[in-house]
Design a protein around this ligand. Structure first.
Ligand SMILES: Cc1cc2nc3c(=O)[nH]c(=O)nc-3n(C[C@H](O)[C@H](O)[C@H](O)COP(=O)(O)OP(=O)(O)OC[C@H]3O[C@@H](n4cnc5c(N)ncnc54)[C@H](O)[C@@H]3O)c2cc1C
Length: 598
């Protein structure tokens, strides 16, 4: 909670010293998904041994849920594809507020990163002649998405973790960072607690890489794991003095499972875009293939924002199913093909009594990805706060106003490697000592956390997170307008006031305590989302304002958020231009011909 973080300052220097563990390392990598893992491998390659930490076991990060694939212009099936077209597609679907450098670095490096992953043992699907196979994904001009069935993220993280283990990169599981240690103008480590023992930990390091995931799970209906994507990364960076960017852009994936049909525990869980990439059709309750009306050329494979709005409109206008969704049907394809290309989808629905080779699924949009995050320099990962770097879904820039499916996994490894290499060059002290001042700062944080754990009010953090999810879904969802966003901000204020009445049973290993820390991250990010969405008086990509339905050229700017003593400060910044070769590809106007799939 920002309130808690503020009290950390006011928890005056106490006489009592709270016991804690101290760990001193040359580089601390916070987060062990694909981004953290790839950065760590690059560090180790340069002879620096980082410590990687995460909230779960090694190999168990949100990345494992990525399903459909990872983009690289290999041209295995479509030789006309190249990295400039990949970059142009990314800019086009990002509605030209992406950071062109971020996009170009990702697109340019991806073919090598894919070949490297294959060399490290990632079992990519292959064509008959042994090339890495590629499938269509939404709004991409060519078949560019490499895949391992529909378990690409799991296969990728398995590969990266095996590589990290081969290189003896140390990993510490079940530790949650609550605050970065800022010492004067720079970051000097991180503080947190061991989620199994409840013991406090001070990590002392002059270089900290944040790879702690995104913030889309703040929404009531979302596709993430319950304990991931709660805004930890962006909030930790903001609290340490870094800037956030594009935080108003949240991607709503068109096809989340419908809870009323499959059970609430499945509500919002993703039906991978690969279903549409393999020819899946969207049908409303009247049996109409409605994308004909919204996007006759690209149909179901138009960009996610277009398809999500189309589904939402069908439901709103009464053409949805009784359960509040639409149908997604792949059953016209050969059974064996579906089983081979979409094994987890087949399995998951089978466990719910649905055979997707024979019958359609029921789907509706779900909050899926945060395009916004920490504002970084992409060739280095620098955040502007000395000693603090960020990478992966925690950052903003590659995807602009709308992310192309398959580009997020791409960003994690393409940029992860660059950041790791840069950070390795900055290391001067491999075992930095803890100063008295740093020790005092850590004590303040531990006292504040101990006080938080002892909260004996009436409301749980889980309840408040659920209410926060409702506020965002209701007021900063697929369709937004000024009145509703203002109402959302007022409701957020009221919710913030209720955090004074938190109930935690004193047990720092409990979920209640973990969720209370999550809440502390979620609140400033939710505020930034609402305020950013209010500030952006236009519609662009995933941000759709019903009171400003057009894209406004003057708004080709990023909204940048910083935390000041008076609260969050928002300002805008112009966007750089792409390189001439990428601009050429943009001007050529490549476009997917959906009817290849028919
Ligand atoms: C269902 C689903 C399917 C997807 N499918 C695809 C796809 O097919 N292709 C694609 O390109 N993208 C896909 N994505 C997006 C993609 O999976 C993510 O953007 C990407 O995996 C993010 O990787 P990351 O390393 O940045 O973060 P994560 O994998 O989220 O890892 C974050 C790490 O940070 C740790 N952490 C978080 N907070 C803290 C804290 N406070 N203290 C300590 N550690 C912390 C976590 O424990 C974890 O280890 C999908 C997303 C979802 C939700």
């Amino acid at each position: 909670m920002r309130d808690r973080l503020q009290t950390a300052e006011s928890v005056a220097d106490r006489d009592e010293t709270i016991d804690h563990e101290t760990v001193s390392v040359p580089v601390l990598v916070v987060g062990a998904g694909a981004a953290g893992a790839r950065a760590a491998i690059a560090l180790a390659d340069q002879g620096v041994e980082p410590l990687v930490i995460g909230k779960s076991d090694h190999g168990d990060a949100h990345t494992t849920w990525a399903a459909g694939g990872i983009n690289a212009a290999l041209g295995s099936l479509d030789p006309e594809d190249d990295w400039t077209v990949h970059a142009a597609d990314t800019l086009d679907e990002g509605h030209y507020i992406n950071d062109p450098e971020a996009v170009e670095l990702t697109a340019k490096h991806m073919p090598d990163r894919i070949r490297e992953l294959a060399d490290w043992g990632m079992p990519f699907d292959r064509t008959e002649d042994g090339k890495i196979n590629q499938r269509y994904f939404g709004a991409q001009s060519f078949r560019r998405t490499c895949f391992v069935g529909d378990r690409t993220g799991e296969a990728m993280l398995d590969t990266l973790v095996a590589k990290a283990r081969d290189m003896d990169i140390p990993y510490r599981d079940n530790v949650m960072v609550t605050r970065l240690l800022t010492d004067g103008e720079r970051v000097a480590g991180a503080m947190g607690f061991d989620m199994e023992s409840g013991e406090f930990v001070l990590f002392r390091s002059d270089q900290v890489v944040l790879a702690a995931g995104g913030s889309s799970a703040l929404y009531e209906r979302h596709s993430s794991r319950e304990d991931e994507n709660n805004g930890d990364g962006p909030a930790l960076a903001l609290g340490a003095g870094a800037r956030l960017m594009d935080i108003e852009f949240v991607q709503f994936h068109p096809t989340g499972m419908v809870g009323a049909r499959y059970g609430e525990e499945w509500d919002g869980r993703l039906v991978t875009e690969a279903v549409r990439g393999e020819g899946g059709r969207l049908i409303n309750a009247e049996g109409e293939r409605f994308m004909e009306r919204y996007s006759p050329d690209q149909m179901e494979l138009d960009a996610r924002d277009v398809v999500a709005r189309a589904i939402a409109q069908e439901i709103r206008e009464g053409r949805g199913t009784d359960n509040g969704g639409v149908y997604l049907d792949i059953s016209h394809r050969d059974d064996e093909y579906i089983r081979e290309r979409l094994p987890s989808m087949v399995e998951r629905f089978q466990s719910l009594g649905v055979d997707i080779t024979e019958e359609p699924m029921e789907v509706a949009p779900t909050a899926h990805y945060s395009m916004g995050g920490v504002d970084i320099d992409f060739s280095t990962g620098e955040t502007g706060v000395p000693g603090l770097y960020a990478v992966g879904e925690t950052v903003a820039g590659v995807h602009g106003a709308n992310r192309l499916g398959g580009n997020s996994l791409a960003e994690t490894v393409a940029i992860g490697k660059l950041v790791g290499e840069h950070v390795a060059e900055q290391v001067e002290d491999t075992a930095p000592a803890v100063t008295d001042g740093q020790r005092a700062l850590a004590q303040r944080e531990f006292h504040a956390l101990a006080e938080l754990a002892d909260s004996d009010g009436e409301v749980t953090a889980r309840e408040l997170l659920a209410d926060l999810g409702d506020i965002l879904w209701e007021h900063a969802g697929i369709l937004r307008d000024e009145t509703s966003l203002r109402e959302g901000l007022a409701e957020l204020d009221a919710l913030r006031a209720r955090t004074a009445d938190l109930r935690i049973d004193g047990d720092r290993t409990s979920r209640d305590f973990e969720f209370a820390v999550d809440l502390s991250f979620s609140l400033p990010i939710a505020e930034a989302m609402l305020r950013g969405a209010l500030e952006r008086t236009e519609s662009r990509g995933a941000h759709y304002r019903t009171d400003y339905p057009e894209t406004d050229g003057d708004w080709r700017r990023n909204i940048v958020v910083s935390e000041e003593p008076t609260g969050l400060n928002l300002r805008t910044r112009g966007v750089a231009e792409p390189s001439p070769e990428v601009q050429d590809a943009v001007d050529t106007g490549y476009e997917l011909d959906y009817h290849h799939l028919e």
